[in-house]
Design a protein. Structure first.
Length: 96
C-alpha cells in the first residue's frame, strides 16, 4: 500500500509502539486548492482499541487505522512525535 510521506512517518512511529497490533492504511485521496504546507493529523479514538488517524499532507488525504492494546499510550506517542516534527495535531472521540 502506498503511503503519503507524512503518513509513512506517522505509521513508522506507531509501529515502534509496543502496544500496536496492526496498522491498516486506506487509499490516498487528492483534494483541490493550494494546500501549501498544510500537514496535520487528526487522532480519533474509535472503540475497542482502534484509532483512526486522518492525515493531510498538503492537498492529499489518507486515513490510517491503528489497532492497539493501549489506546492512550499509542495516541500519546503519535501526538508527541507529530508535534516534535511540526505536524499540526487534533483529537476527537468520534468522527464528525
Amino acid at each position: 500500500m502506498t503511503l503519503l510521506p507524512i503518513a509513512a512517518f506517522i505509521c513508522d512511529e506507531a509501529h515502534k509502539c509496543q502496544f500496536v497490533i496492526k496498522i491498516s492504511p486506506s487509499i490516498i485521496n487528492s483534494g483541490k486548492g493550494s494546500g501549501h504546507n498544510k500537514r496535520k493529523v487528526k487522532i480519533v479514538d474509535l472503540n475497542n482499541g482502534c484509532i483512526l488517524l486522518s492525515i493531510t499532507d498538503n492537498i492529499a488525504h489518507q486515513e490510517v487505522y491503528v489497532y492497539t492494546s493501549n489506546s492512550q499510550s499509542t495516541k500519546l506517542r503519535i501526538a508527541c512525535k507529530a508535534r516534535d516534527n511540526d505536524i499540526k495535531i487534533s483529537f476527537s472521540n468520534k468522527m464528525i
